[in-house]
Design a protein around this ligand. Sequence first.
Ligand SMILES: Cc1cc2nc3c(=O)[nH]c(=O)nc-3n(C[C@H](O)[C@H](O)[C@H](O)COP(=O)(O)OP(=O)(O)OC[C@H]3O[C@@H](n4cnc5c(N)ncnc54)[C@H](O)[C@@H]3O)c2cc1C
Length: 382
Amino acid sequence: MGSSLAFHLKKNGFDGRVLVIEQDPTYELSSTAHTNSCIRQQFSTPLNIQISQYGARCIKDFRHYLGDDPRVPELDIWSFGYLYLAGTGNAADRLRELSEIQCREGVDTQILSPEDIAARYPFYDLDDVLLGSLNQKDEGYWDGATVFDWFKRKAQDLGVEYVNETVLAIGRHAGQGTVCEVIVSSGQSIPCGTLVNCAGPRAAKVAEMAGIKLPVVPKKRYSWIFKAAEPLPCDLPLTIDPSGFHVRDNGGGTYLCGGHDALDPDVSCDDFAIDHDLWETEIWPALAARIPAFENIKLTHTWVGHYAMNTIDQNAILGPHPEIENFLFMNGFSGHGLQQAPALGQGLAEWIINGSYSTLDLTPFYFERLLSDCPIREDAVI
Ligand SMILES: Cc1cc2nc3c(=O)[nH]c(=O)nc-3n(C[C@H](O)[C@H](O)[C@H](O)COP(=O)(O)OP(=O)(O)OC[C@H]3O[C@@H](n4cnc5c(N)ncnc54)[C@H](O)[C@@H]3O)c2cc1C
């Protein structure tokens, strides 16, 4: 998010200095380094659908988007689609409602009966499934690491500076309350006209430095990669199982499964400990029940990352704080932030340069909604 905003500020002609303060230039502990790097159109709010449509256009026209730089690779989306499975009448009704919202936004969502699903994907056990919801346009895997890398490289080409420091404190003007400086780990004071919090799962800690309570907590999310003894006969859509796990094709007979502990407590941002029992006793049995061919697999990689979960409405928090107007937020992405980085970087850059949004109206994501009981809840969180 920090590099996307920095790039978009320069792309849109911002003539001030832009500094990205990053505590870990390896990004080893960031959300971005642990992402599953997928994009979907099947959201519950029209704005999130429009944001992903913008993201898909950016990915598919990436070199042009970055100024026709011949060094920038051409990218595409591996659109195997997301397949949401409903196991109860309520869940089925909700998928039908969501498909109507999505289709109104131009998404190609199809509601499939168990027979339709079996005809396309004969490998599922569908005994407990009432229906599925599938879209295979601009929905699947994309190379998020390359997009991030090029946002950063182009930002630097365009004059953005990066420093390796940890922000430890935020200084505010006496009386006015606006932000005037950050204090970093080397002891330096860095003055600023505008400060943007892009700290991912650590966002609440940074907000706290200015005395602001931000409802964003780190939640542990597991990824497991495995190789199947018998690969499936076609690409596996990113399948969202009613039991809570999701699984998708990862190429070459390998598959990626994601999930979390059923209790799902808030954790420390530095907690990357792996509970191996979770896979053995809960996730794999549920996975093999859904796709019996996955009885016979070899687990090859496991990692843990953190969602920056917005506990109020599971949606982005974007723009200024209502009282500290030069302290801006770009936080709370609740597991769908990577695909939102292009649209939100563009949007917040417009807001900083012009004081308003022009490409997409992102005002529903303002901080005020958290204080005034007007959430815009995103239901389709995986
Ligand atoms: C397992 C997993 C799967 C995911 N899958 C998807 C997906 O398929 N599609 C999708 O769209 N999204 C996905 N996401 C979500 C997505 O990865 C995130 O929303 C996105 O990467 C967030 O980017 P960010 O820049 O906000 O946070 P981060 O990538 O965490 O970056 C924040 C940066 O701030 C730095 N920082 C923090 N505090 C300080 C400080 N005090 N001083 C200096 N620097 C600081 C950190 O070092 C870090 O580099 C997934 C996330 C996880 C964990």
